[in-house]
Design a protein around this ligand. Structure first.
Ligand code: ADP
Ligand code: ZN
Length: 432
């Protein structure tokens, strides 16, 4: 195995030992913030009580609400003058949370991102385009410094301005790009408009992430661009990108366990789920200096993939993120995740590159309406053919989600697009 850091090669036992030491250090570091001092005292835990990785379970959880309540500097464990960078989350589910970094923190973060990129074959000879919002969003600078650390010629293209993106990709013979999956699909429609075949570029690797997406979306992206697309998972509270990443086997994402201690818990009971079952991912930073975080409840649902990865790395793997626990839609007593809808739609050749789930009221009843973009060649004048397609989609959805949604076919490229994370669900029920 080609590796960038020797940490990639650590065995389970070595990782365990390293985590044990780093966990204790982290808890000690946390006692320097008034927030954690109080939280630990309230939970009745002292640094001396944490002598094994399992004992992480004695520690209290940290939530997004905790971070919001401590805004702006409540979790700091170093003086402000030791800080060199500030980032914030995207604010997908409310007020953004703010995270600050020391120079050491930025250094380890860049290393982690470089390691991810190296793992999937990116090298210093590559030309790398970061098609991602910059600014407070961590997918910009986070990925950027990782690519520079690896030695790639790095183009900070930012988000949007699709025609310029394509021009940059072409003119500078870009070989690797980082892009949000929904934008990769949208960009493909701009390629079509410009009459450029994405396969005619020099691209060889795509890094996709920052939002939930199905295997079906990955397949589409790989087919359209004729490259491998690797899933990248991270969250600003844990730095950003570089937390978990697929290796070349594409069988789940390795969590870098020298830097993060992962747990998967039942979101109701907060007890660990049996190995291999789906639950909420909980993460503890193991190397962060300026703003360490203990047992952060990510709200992201996933499972540990049992067994060893064929690549040989023993850092545990998590499965593709199913969604956030707050993405779950309850309709007519049935629990539905937007990714279930996406999976069905994106496996159908007639369906274009975008869709939108709307929650509506029909009389007193809640109903789901799914707006589906249809590829131009299928969007024909023949009303009967369209009606049949609409029914076919509704049936396939019912098989997956157990209720029959309203399906509305719309023209390719007509649904609202975002430059950042796609908004897949809109609640139009009002008063709820
Ligand atoms: P916000 O939580 O406000 O969206 P972030 O920009 O920190 O702010 O985004 C982190 C979140 O994005 C994660 O908690 C997760 O829900 C989602 N996310 C990031 N990467 C992926 C990925 N590869 N697959 C699925 N979801 C992802
Ligand atoms: Zn692997």
């Amino acid at each position: 195995m080609e590796y960038l850091h020797k940490e990639e090669l650590l065995t389970r036992q070595e990782l365990n030992r390293l985590q044990q030491v780093r966990l204790k250090n982290t808890v000690f570091q946390c006692t320097k913030s008034s927030f954690y001092r109080n939280k630990l005292a309230y939970a009745g835990v002292r640094v001396g009580d944490i002598n094994s990785v399992q004992e992480v379970q004695k520690l209290p959880f940290t939530t997004k609400e905790d971070l919001r309540s401590q805004y702006p500097y409540g979790l700091l464990t170093v003086p402000v003058d030791k800080l060199v960078r500030l980032h914030a989350s995207s604010g997908t589910t409310g007020a953004p949370t703010v995270i600050v970094h020391t120079r050491n923190d930025l250094n380890t973060w860049a290393d982690l991102v470089a390691r991810c990129m190296h793992m999937v074959g990116v090298r210093d000879t590559d030309v790398f385009q970061n098609i991602s919002g910059y600014g407070l969003f961590t997918g910009g600078l986070g990925i950027h410094y990782g690519a520079e650390r690896l030695g790639c010629l790095t183009i900070p293209a930012g988000a949007g301005n699709s025609k310029r993106q394509i021009k940059l990709l072409k003119d500078f013979k870009v070989t690797v790009a980082h892009i949000i999956p929904s934008y990769a699909l949208h960009l493909s429609t701009v390629f079509d408009e410009m009459g450029v075949d994405p396969k005619s570029l020099y691209l060889r690797i795509l890094l996709i992430g920052a939002e939930p997406h199905t295997e079906e979306i990955r397949q589409r992206i790989e087919d359209i661009y004729g490259v491998k697309a690797y899933n990248s998972y991270g969250l600003s509270e844990m730095n950003g990108p570089g937390v978990a990443f697929e290796c070349e086997c594409q069988e789940g994402m390795h969590i870098w366990e020298d830097a993060y201690l992962p747990e998967i818990v039942d979101p109701e009971t907060l007890e660990p789920v049996p190995e291999g079952e789906v639950g909420e991912l909980v993460l503890t930073t193991l190397t962060r200096e300026g703003m360490p975080i203990i047992r952060y409840r990510t709200k992201d649902l996933t499972r540990f993939i049992p067994g060893k990865c064929p690549c040989g790395r023993e850092h545990r793997r998590i499965d593709r993120i199913l969604g956030r626990s707050d993405d779950m839609i309850i309709l007519k007593g049935v629990n539905i995740y937007p990714m279930q809808v996406e999976k069905v739609l994106m496996s159908m050749p007639e369906v274009g590159q975008n869709y939108l789930i709307e929650l509506i009221k029909e009389g007193y009843l809640d109903q789901m309406r799914v707006k589906v973009e249809i590829r131009e060649e299928y969007f024909v004048e023949d009303m009967r053919a369209l009606k049949e397609l609409q029914q076919k989609i509704a049936h396939k959805l019912k098989d997956e989600i157990l209720i029959t949604p309203r399906v509305e076919l719309v023209e390719s490229n007509s649904l609202p697009k975002t430059e950042g994370k796609a908004k897949r669900v809109v609640d139009l029920r009002g008063g709820k």
